[in-house]
Design a protein around this ligand. Sequence first.
Ligand code: FE2
Length: 283
Amino acid sequence: MKTIRPIQRIVTGTHQTDGAGVKLVRVIGRSDVEDFDPFLMLDAFDSRDPDDYIRGFPWHPHRGIETVTYLVAGEIEHGDSLGNRGVIRDGGCQWMTAGRGIIHQEMPQAAPRMLGLQVWINLPRKDKMTEPQYRDLSGDLIPRVSEEGRRVGVICGSYGVTAGPTQGDYVKATMLDVELDPGATFTLPTPADPTLFIYILAGSGQFGPDGETHASHRALLFGPGDTFQATAGENGLQFVLFAGHPLREPVAWGGPIVMNTREELRQAFAEIENGTFIAAPQT
Ligand code: FE2
């Protein structure tokens, strides 16, 4: 018999300004680490006013995490200390493994609407200092499965027999962009233990065994069970689903750097100070 995962936490997050003045909603953050492990942070952007985001996130460092940016609509230019330059566009994803150190910038461009997410995935202790890597998962690399009343974009992991462009090199993860027509139901068999949450981008729906109704711009964390289920409300529903095994390792978090101990954090900031944080100079 199926056990439908119940809603365990409802998170709306807080309005914040980050980078050089980008208005965003920090949906999950450092006080949520235990519940959302291995996911550390989720920022959501939804604006029709370029003034909310045009100042962007100029050059800044990361270590010990992966940052994954998924844009439903809009355009973000990026550059990094590995020499990568490019643009994330509608339906595209940028998957950056900071590993032992990367310096990058993320600059949203003016668009009719910017709608998207950035999630930070923690790296296991043994992989914190891995080689930094950047992957441009443009929209054409993300398979879109069309079923009756459902469209599922497979950003990471797989959906049925459809595999996404990555399975996660360090943390095996699932990231699906799910769009449902009014009244359509989406059911996903899941292993019982991994962390699973969704962020509702648009519309509303019914979730969990009791069919609780929730609308857009909030995250729902689900408890144990072997099945995730959602049914769209009268205006349809779009959400991104995230799942992954918890690392259950100590977290020492200092702004853009997330390590396991305070000493490792101190070391990272000392390297930034003395210019040895990344092996190759920024180009
Ligand atoms: Fe960043």
